[in-house]
Write a protein that binds this ligand. Sequence first.
Ligand SMILES: [Zn+2]
Length: 296
Amino acid sequence: MPEHKKRVALCGVILESNAFSPIATEADFREALYVTGAEMVREARQPVSILPREMAAFVQAMDATGAWQPVPLLLTGCPPWGPIEGDFFRACVADIVAGLVAAGPLDGVYIANHGAMVATDNGDPDGTLMAAIRDAVGGDVAVIATLDLHANLSQTMVGATDAIIGYQTNPHVDQVQRGEEAAMLMRRMFAGMAPAQHMIRLPLVPPSTTLLTAAGPYGELIDYGQRRERNRLGVWQFCFLGYRQERPVGRRHRARGCRQGRPVGERDRHPGLVQPHRLHPRHDFHRGRRGHRREG
Ligand SMILES: [Zn+2]
């Protein structure tokens, strides 16, 4: 019997919103990135793609790891700007949901978003999109998203997805690895693995100048979190900085983790997750990079 080709929908609405900047209009998105249908897959398979690198990497990693059928819907994005126009955002969600319904039975959905978007009339459009996708496909379909580490993670996003994979580098240079990781995780879910994910919100808003990842407390946290996966503890941990200009009011530092392999009970509710303020007191983030010496 021929192998059932796993059918995976592809989509994304990418924006990092600064509440003090002008509204990001449909024209802004269409000028920067707006691809639908077969063009998305064709572009993803180019040696040099116009698509966000995580989407191209996801498609190429799925191509390299077995039979599958991409179901490309809508991928649009705009460079960092103000809130997305509400009408345009709702139209994007409606297009994606209509595409999911029209596609028939699916095995997975991959979402490439930024995660720090606001709309003119919605404080968490990333969460709204993910929840609409989950509603459309139901609970048995693998839904995996990748986000920038400046994402403002919400419980809605975490509740609507099986796994959220965040960049681990700032400046960002690991989009390809994260797209490949999303594909590998989807393959593992197709083989029966069932991830559980948790979000821990920390009462900490570190200044962005101390949040580079090559050295210092933030880099050490990311390295520590990733070692837990390398040591086969089955825990992936991502630390999201949040983007404090998303809204004029205060932001909070967020961290989340994904424990793979089995559901996690109430007793180990935060299963082995590193809480940054336990490893590094708040002042480590505030006084600058620990142990850093100016060179040259
Ligand atoms: Zn970023």
